[in-house]
Ligand binder design. Structure first.
Ligand SMILES: Nc1ncnc2c1ncn2[C@@H]1O[C@H](COP(=O)(O)OP(=O)(O)OP(=O)(O)O)[C@@H](O)[C@H]1O
Length: 829
């Protein structure tokens, strides 16, 4: 992004690599003129956090800004506000930190706004036109070029690629339609079309976000900040803010600004000193509140300019291959607008309205006075860093990676939101994947009116980037919004007002009822119907006010959570099930204690000696009667409260029950499957146990048979073994045969198991593992015993077939000993 300084010579637009488009004459003119903010010097060199620390923090002396009024000149007074002596008039910027300012002393109203601070021409019809309430206002701005433009925007509000360029892209982009497609270097029509309605919405109590998105050097900063000839959205918006205040004599305002940047995924406070901002970056808390964040109270356009200049001085810009002064960070300028009705009542400095708590981060600073509500809204003006290709500079490439990642995340967040809105889904939105989306989360999730200006470079060489910007713009158009005004009310005063009105209405009703018989005689049938309708109306107004008292109390109880908007219609349904239950419990306790109180009061009344009907009412009696009345009234309110709570509670309970029934069914199914599996396991283990026992018995029988066999001297037809005539040794010896057998055990073992019905059993793997891990009984035999046995076997084998072939062992099926031996070796025991 580019901006020029009045302190430095304006930097000519000299890209390192020539841009494919030559700058237009307007482009050149805009570049040669100083910035409207007039002072912001952008750093041309890379600014890492460390180098930022070294940046001088002493603000340079500024020449006077061209406002018609001197700071020292006394402002016209707001009636009842002794502001002429206000210390605010003499404070310098650092003393305007909101935490050090008494908000009552920094109020702005139609009388204090300087005529020079307001927009000259105001189109009144635009003031209440906030654009489409539930859709994002999406506009395209095409940067002027003297080269051939690749895009055709001749049809209003649409843009498409010139036919001769469609083949240059892999997929032909379609014709795009947006709320506005703007061309040229004039910033005023751009402001009117894309920003003014949102600035007005912010002044009227809605959170509003305006952001510029686009490829590097496509004109985002030009659109938002502009220059002296062509002031951009930010300076024009600030003028409109003061114009709005000047045109609204019924309200008074407290304005506070903050200015941040997201650089390499860290949020820096541009209004804090660079050293403290680097040492303590801004964190986003769970409720979206930014801490620590410096907020400056502003009372005039001049003070807004000072804040902007200070922030601009700390911004990171650098020269890239495409933009001489490219923004290397996303910058967010926020104006918090608090307002309340002007009234006769004025807060004394430091006074706390009953029930009003000291300001919490993110909460309003203005106090609610005399039942007047305080509206709070935030206007955010965001200049995103430009998406870009890899650059020739290493540091730029690193920054570019962060920039592109956060823009990609913004793209995927917008994509998911659009998809959710289109298909009525609630898929997870990856806000947390980048600081930018985390910061924008409240706005993107529907809490704000949003206007997006997507800037494109129309050159042929930028077709791919421009198409990608247009696709982003198309997606964000689908995002659904639901911005609501945020109001906080002084419930004590409000309740008092309602109570008074109820009293009035009751008196009027009683009067009408008393006159009714006499009056009805005079009235025609039709008039009687009208009369009873009027009385009905009075009754329903009383009921309505009683309900309002109830809602105001709800609002009052919610004051602890300042971050939550406390609008009378929202409060009940915003609460979690737990909160609702807690409230219900507290209310029940309150009813109980009030019932006890009523009983005791009634008992006291009964215990009093009867008074003659004409006895004068003492003060005490009066008080008791009043209290009794209040208690009865409260009972009505609490009953209404319970009725109101009943529905949301039932809905919450149903939801929770539904969710948990599903989970319970799943758990039961899982448990049943587990039980079936365990039963099967037990069955298999039993079988295995039986098999083992059987095999053990067979082994014993075999051992007995072998020893009997030996004792009888039977050698399978060969010569009897005797000490005089020992058998011929087998080539390789018993050890070789042992090794062969061992190998055969491993190769044959599994197949036996696999043949069994245990193939599918959960114990199958264990058995196989055991078969490999545990030696067979034959292997466990002492060496001498084994040699003896093998000598016998090898003696037999030496007859037929040839030795050394393990298969031959199997072929001698006629030998029961060898058959059993083979079986024994292959089956693990
Ligand atoms: N509509 C326009 N009319 C005249 N000049 C323009 C226009 N748009 C952009 N420019 C000029 O083009 C240059 C680049 O614009 P700018 O700095 O606003 O781009 P950017 O999108 O903010 O870039 P980056 O993302 O790199 O910061 C500037 O010199 C600017 O004055």
């Amino acid at each position: 992004m580019a901006s020029t300084s009045r302190f430095t010579k304006s930097v000519p637009f000299t890209p390192k690599r020539p841009l494919s488009s030559a700058s237009s004459s307007e482009l050149a003119r805009s570049l040669a003129t100083p910035s409207v903010l007039g002072t912001a010097k952008k750093f041309k060199a890379a600014l890492s956090s460390e180098s930022r620390l070294r940046t001088t923090t002493v603000p340079k002396p500024r020449p006077g800004t061209p406002t018609k009024k001197s700071l020292d000149a006394p402002r016209p007074r707001t009636p009842g506000t002794p502001r002429a002596q206000s210390p605010m008039m003499f404070m310098n910027a650092s003393e305007m930190d909101v935490s050090r300012v008494d908000p009552e002393e920094a109020l702005v109203d139609y009388q204090t706004v300087d005529a020079a601070d307001v927009s000259v021409e105001v189109d009144e019809s635009l003031l209440n036109d906030y654009g489409n309430e539930d859709k994002v206002l999406v506009s395209i701005r095409i940067r002027p070029t003297t080269a051939h433009t690749a895009w055709d925007s001749s049809v209003p509000r649409s843009i498409k690629l010139q036919p001769q360029h469609t083949k240059t892209t892999a997929t032909t982009p379609p014709e795009f339609h947006f709320d506005e497609v703007l061309i040229g270097s004039e910033n005023k029509p751009v402001y009117n079309a894309v920003a003014r309605s949102h600035v007005c919405a912010a002044m009227d109590g809605y959170n509003s976000v305006i952001f510029a998105y686009g490829q590097t050097a496509s004109g985002k900063t030009f659109t938002l900040s502009g220059n002296e000839d062509q002031p951009g959205i930010i300076p024009r918006a600030m003028k409109d803010v003061f114009s709005y205040i000047r045109r609204t004599p019924t309200r008074e305002y407290l304005l506070r600004c903050s200015y941040l940047e997201i650089y390499n995924e860290t949020i820096y406070d541009l209004l804090a000193s660079p050293s403290s901002s680097a040492a303590q970056p801004v964190q986003i808390q769970g409720n979206g509140i930014l801490v620590p964040l410096r907020e400056e109270v502003v009372t005039s356009l001049k003070s807004v300019k000072e804040v902007l200049e200070r922030g601009e001085r700390n911004r990171r810009t650098a020269s890239t291959d495409w933009n001489e002064r490219s923004s290397r960070s996303h910058s967010v300028f926020r104006l918090v607008v608090e307002s309340r009705e002007r009234g006769a009542e004025k807060a004394e400095s430091g006074r706390q309205t009953p029930g009003c708590r000291p300001p919490t981060p993110g909460g309003p600073r203005l106090q609610t006075l005399g039942g007047r509500s305080v509206q709070t809204s935030v206007l955010s003006l965001i200049d995103l860093a430009g998406s870009e290709k890899a650059t020739s500079d290493k540091e730029r490439t690193r920054e570019g990676k962060y920039i592109n990642t956060s823009l990609l995340t913004l793209g995927s967040v917008i994509g998911t939101l659009a998809e959710n809105a289109a298909k009525n889904k609630t898929d997870h939105v990856p806000y947390r994947n980048s600081k930018l989306t985390r910061l924008l989360q409240p706005s993107l999730s529907g809490d704000a009116r949003i206007s997006v200006i997507c800037t494109i470079n129309p050159d042929i060489g930028a077709i791919t980037e421009s198409t990608s910007t247009l696709l982003f713009a198309q997606r964000i158009k689908k995002v659904q919004l639901n911005a609501k005004k945020k109001e906080v009310v002084d419930t004590d005063a409000l309740i008092e007002r309602y109570r008074k009105e109820i009293e009035d209405l009751k008196a009027r009703l009683a009067e009408r009822e008393a006159e009714a018989p006499a009056r009805n005689r005079r009235l025609s049938a039709r008039e009687q119907i009208d009369e009873s309708k009027a009385m009905k109306d009075l009754n329903s107004r009383i009921q309505q006010l009683t309900k309002l008292i109830l809602t105001s109390q709800t609002v009052d109880e919610s004051k602890g959570d300042e971050s939550r908007p406390a609008s009378p219609s929202k409060v009940d349904f915003d609460m979690s099930q737990y909160q609702l239950q807690q409230e219900l419990l507290a209310t029940r306790r309150q009813i109980d204690s009030q019932s006890t109180q009523i009983l005791s009061l009634e008992a006291t009344l009964l215990a009093r000696p009867e008074l003659p009907p004409d006895a004068p009412e003492t003060e005490k009696d009066k008080l008791i009667a009043e209290q009794g009345k209040t208690i009865r009234e409260l009972e009505i309110v609490v009953r209404g409260y319970e009725e109101n709570l009943g529905e949301p509670l039932r809905a919450v309970r149903e939801d929770v029950e539904k969710e948990w029934m599903g989970k319970l069914d799943e758990e039961i199914k899982k448990r049943e499957e587990g039980e079936a599996w365990a039963a099967e396991l037990v069955r298999q283990l039993e079988k295995e146990k039986k098999l083992r026992i059987k095999l053990e018995e067979e082994r014993r029988a075999l051992a007995a048979f072998v020893s009997k066999f030996d004792a009888l001297g039977l050698g399978g037809g060969g010569p009897a073994v005797s000490k005089l005539k020992p058998p011929k040794p087998t080539p390789g010896g018993a050890a070789a045969t042992f090794a062969e057998r061992r190998a055969a055990t491993f190769s044959v073992g599994p197949s036996i198991v696999e043949d069994t019905e245990y193939a599918e059993s959960p114990v199958r793997l264990d058995m196989l593992a055991n078969s490999r891990a545990q030696p067979s009984l034959l292997e466990q035999m002492p060496e001498e015993e084994w040699s003896l046995l093998m000598d016998d076997a090898s003696f037999e084998l030496s007859m037929d077939p040839p030795l050394g072939k393990p298969k031959g062992l199997g072929k001698r099926a006629d030998s029961p000993v060898k058959e059993v031996l083979r079986m024994k070796e292959n089956i693990p025991l």
